[in-house]
Design a protein around this ligand. Structure first.
Ligand SMILES: N[C@@H](CCC(=O)N[C@@H](CS)C(=O)NCC(=O)O)C(=O)O
Length: 204
């Protein structure tokens, strides 16, 4: 199994963490999708990473499809509950993490492709608002759970949300969410101490 991706992408990190937690061996294939001459379109017509290549050669893309595929193909250390309602909640929180990443990446790209007056403040504010509302939602959710995780045990929700929170620290330090939401910050720190997160920290 091969995983095409970059070491800084939070979507790719989610899959790397999942593979490590499930103890599934894989080959990491680095790809810079922004470089001219990238070969990512040979595997994913959308030109995005992560892209998982199964041993059969079949491509699987979009991180949420990859994470679901890995769960039903590889039953070791399950990261999705069997109860349908809890599963829906975990998958929703996984999507919340992805949506936070989408917003944080959109801010990054607005600054990458526009300068000065051309930068849309409305667009940026829209993205910051999504991130702030998601952080508040997570803080409330965390207060309703007795343990260390968003549900009873580690799940795809924690992996996705953990990657999103750590991506904010990495790329959007101006948000300064930690001081207003200390319980959420502690939660992120607990996740960051796991070997799977430790081993997938973005290079500085
Ligand atoms: N919904 C996708 C988002 C993946 C994504 O946006 N990846 C970024 C890297 S962080 C990318 O490849 N961007 C290239 C582009 O948008 O053309 C997923 O969950 O896999």
């Amino acid at each position: 199994m091969k995983l095409i991706g970059s070491l800084t992408s939070p979507f790719v990190r989610k899959i790397r963490v999942q593979l490590l937690e499930k103890e599934i061996p894989f080959q990491f294939v680095p790809e810079n999708v922004w470089e001219e001459g990238t070969k990512i379109m040979d595997h994913n017509p959308l030109g995005k990473v992560p892209c998982l290549i199964l041993d059969s050669g079949q491509s699987v893309f979009d991180s949420t499809v990859i994470s679901g595929t890995l769960e039903y193909m590889m039953p070791t250390n399950p990261l999705l509950p069997t109860d349908p309602h809890k599963r829906a909640l975990v998958r929703t929180m996984e999507s919340l993490g992805s949506g936070m990443n989408d917003a944080a990446v959109a801010i990054l790209l607005e600054h990458k492709f526009h300068e000065g007056e051309a930068v849309s403040k409305d667009w940026l504010n829209r993205q910051y608002s999504k991130i702030h509302h998601s952080l508040e939602w997570l803080d409330i959710r965390l207060k309703t759970t007795p343990g260390a995780f968003l549900l009873e045990q580690l799940s795809l929700a924690d992996i996705s949300v953990g990657c999103a929170l750590m991506y904010l620290d990495f790329r959007r330090p101006e948000i300064q969410w930690r001081k207003d939401l200390p319980a959420l910050a502690e939660y992120a720190d607990r996740l960051a101490a796991r070997p799977s997160f430790e081993g997938t920290r973005p290079p500085v």
